[in-house]
Ligand binder design. Structure first.
Ligand code: SF4
Length: 334
């Protein structure tokens, strides 16, 4: 009788191993570690929501535990539209400053809270009132189109706002030949490549998207054979050239669902993959560890404190709010 039997174990191929490694890396980026303390906080926040007649909106890029208390998860505009529809008295916006302001502009009678008032946005901060006044003076015949990632003051100086999804359609609908587009230079360049209008670019960028390089993307594409790339238009043109599809966070799930591919490299903030795995569980999503620290500065503790004490309420001067509302209302027609 032989001492050893011949046997063989079929090992997974290298692409499968790499996929598992990438998924583990993603999970370690902002891990969801549920402790008894966190579970208690989640229960308390959900109870506070009921007591205060509040809703919680969470942006796609929030920490995974924030998803557990949210009534809606989405991009900034989807969330603000939800906010305008609800009959809640209070909106707790788990996102960044300009998003909470947008919710306030669209729902002026509601109390809008931002758990952490320090949650800014490097892109929105690159558009200042003084600079816009100067650029408008230099181009008196140009219309001003601002991305929603801007402050209420900038929106009040804007003819029409836009998102990455409707920017091109909006720009093409404007009679002016010249458009001042702010604040994202990468999105501006992308639009300029698709329209006959003269786009006056703004020297602003999102620090999270702008740091990604084509080399990183090519390396991952090579590791995950046959994968498709969905890139956010705030990325550099060199990245967008390599993408199979370019869209904001609101359009990513739709593309992945409809496309015949199974593996998608998502080029944006890394926690977007959590939402995509939730919405399209039958497909695989991979990303770079690319964190927006502004988004991650919101925690369960701060959310509870804000709701309990009605702390960090967004206030916008009436005149600014009225003017900003016009530029957002015009956008919502598209
Ligand atoms: S990802 Fe970029 S644009 Fe979005 S909030 Fe963070 S810094 Fe701002």
């Amino acid at each position: 009788m032989p001492l050893f039997h011949n046997f063989s174990v079929k090992l997974p191929d290298s692409t499968t191993i790499l996929k598992v490694i990438f998924i583990i890396k993603d999970m370690l980026c902002t891990p969801l570690i549920m402790t008894t303390e966190k579970e208690k906080l989640i229960e308390e926040i959900i109870e506070l929501k009921k007591q205060k007649n509040a809703i919680i909106l969470a942006h796609n890029y929030q920490r995974p535990e924030m998803y557990k208390v949210a009534d809606f998860i989405g991009d900034s505009l989807e969330l603000s539209k939800q906010a305008a529809k609800t009959d809640a008295d209070i909106i707790l916006f788990c996102g960044v400053q300009f998003m909470a302001e947008t919710a306030k502009i669209l729902s002026p009678k509601k109390r809008v809270l931002l758990p952490n008032l320090e949650a800014g946005c490097s892109l929105a901060d690159m558009a200042t009132v003084e600079k816009l006044a100067e650029v408008k003076k230099q181009h008196p015949n140009a219309a001003v189109v601002s991305y929603v990632n801007t402050s209420a003051e900038i929106k009040a100086m804007t003819d029409i706002c836009c998102t990455s999804m409707n920017a091109l359609k909006i720009i093409n609908s404007i009679p002016n030949k010249e458009i001042i587009f702010l604040p994202d230079i990468n999105l501006g360049k992308y639009i300029a490549s698709k329209t006959d209008k003269k786009i006056i670019l703004w020297d602003g960028y999102c620090s999270v998207h702008d740091q990604l390089t084509p080399e990183m993307l090519l390396e991952m594409k090579n590791d995950i054979k046959g994968s498709k790339v969905i890139a956010h238009p705030e990325c550099k043109p060199e990245i967008l050239e390599l993408a199979d599809h370019i869209c904001g966070t609101g359009g990513m799930a739709k593309f992945a669902k409809q496309d015949d591919g199974n593996d998608f490299i998502i080029v944006t903030e890394c926690d977007m993959v959590n939402k995509l795995r939730q919405d399209v569980p039958e497909k695989n999503f991979f990303s770079f560890c690319n964190i927006c620290n502004f988004m991650k500065s919101t925690t369960l503790e701060l959310a509870k404190e804000s709701l309990l004490e009605i702390k960090h309420e967004i206030e916008i001067p009436e005149e600014t709010l009225k003017k900003a509302r016009k530029s957002l209302d015009r956008m919502l027609e598209f």
